[in-house]
Ligand binder design. Structure first.
Ligand SMILES: Nc1nc2c(c(=O)[nH]1)N[C@H]1C(S)=C(S)[C@@H](COP(=O)(O)O)O[C@H]1N2
Ligand SMILES: [Mo]
Length: 312
């Protein structure tokens, strides 16, 4: 028996589609051990974070998106503005890959991605993803909480924001980076409170496999309660700062794509409604939920800020 708080996006295991059956079986075994451990500690929220297995806390209210859809219909403007970026993205070398951690930290550092991954506890989470363009998917990410990286980075108490940056032309001259209209490099950011929320995640894999380039390999942010453009791909730099980051899409059009970008069905994009979303794979249309259904975890971050943080 699970002794934990039922989260508002959860539905029965039967909602999962057949292609997830293999992962589910593995996750249930890992989950059973983790739940026993959680009970022994008398705690809620059984965690499987020590083993490379699924964290049973994060379940879905809908079928998992077919892998073929989630890995072939992508937004990655560095490789062009079409949804078909697979062949262009696959040309990018994923190793060596260096990550810079700097800004308001005890000690700035540059480290190889594999050295970082060795230090991080990898787990799998089922998350929903809602693009501002009104399509959505539900996929199993592998990775680790952003909070773990924040602890590893040892930010100074003066740091109030985290800024994450995608590679620029110096790292890899992706074709889209030649397009001068865009404010490259792609930068995203969040407050320290958001970055250390339990849902904020850094992904390294998808469907039990290493992340593919088109999905943001080797390291991409995953923020399931915000519009997808906040989930910056192929990260090369993480900086701690006391100034709100000037984010890529907000530089282009802050009214349509602001800093907060919390999913809100009640606030339409100037050119389309956000009330519903189209599920990749099935094309089924379903209602969109406030904070993409993750309000129980994140609504508290925006107390007193609702006017701003729920608008865009
Ligand atoms: N560097 C970079 N990160 C990015 C984007 C991008 O164009 N460049 N697109 C964003 C948008 S709009 C979405 S919806 C998601 C898409 O992630 P996916 O292709 O893995 O579904 O990536 C986000 N991260
Ligand atoms: Mo998006």
């Amino acid at each position: 028996m699970l002794i934990r708080t039922k989260r508002d996006w959860e539905l029965p295991e039967s909602a999962a589609t057949p292609e997830s059956a293999y992962i589910n079986r593995r996750a249930m075994m890992v989950g059973a051990g983790a739940i026993a451990g959680g009970l022994a500690l008398g705690g809620r929220g059984a965690m499987a974070a020590d083993a490379p297995g699924r964290n049973p806390v994060y379940t879905l209210d809908r079928a998992m998106t077919p892998e073929a859809a989630a890995t072939s219909y992508n937004n990655f403007y560095e490789f062009g503005t079409s949804k078909d970026v697979v062949s262009a993205a696959q040309k990018m070398p994923l190793r060596p890959w260096t990550l810079r951690i700097d800004g308001l930290v005890e000690k700035p550092m540059t480290l190889g991605i594999d050295d970082l991954l060795k230090a991080m506890p990898v787990e799998e989470r089922l998350y929903r993803h809602r693009c501002v363009e009104a399509w959505a998917m539900a996929v199993p990410w592998m990775g680790f909480p952003l909070a773990k990286l924040v602890a590893f980075a040892k930010p100074l108490s003066s740091a109030t924001y985290v800024e994450l940056q995608t590679f620029g032309r110096d790292v890899y001259p992706a074709p889209g980076l030649r397009q001068p209209f865009y404010p490259w490099p792609y930068v995203e950011g969040l407050t320290m409170a958001e970055a250390t929320n339990e849902l904020a995640f850094l992904s390294t894999g998808l469907y039990g496999k290493p992340l593919q380039a088109q999905n943001g390999a080797p390291l991409r942010l995953t923020l399931p309660w915000k519009y997808g453009f906040k989930s910056v791909k192929s990260v090369v730099r993480i900086s701690f700062t006391d100034k709100r980051p000037k984010t890529f899409w907000a530089l282009l059009n802050a009214d349509e794509y602001g800093f907060w970008a919390n999913v809100n069905p009640a606030v339409p994009h100037p050119r389309w409604s956000q009330a519903r979303e189209r599920l990749l794979g099935s094309n089924e249309s379903v209602p969109t939920q406030i904070f993409n259904g993750y309000g129980a975890q994140v609504a508290g971050l925006y107390k007193g800020l609702e006017k701003e943080a729920l608008f865009m």
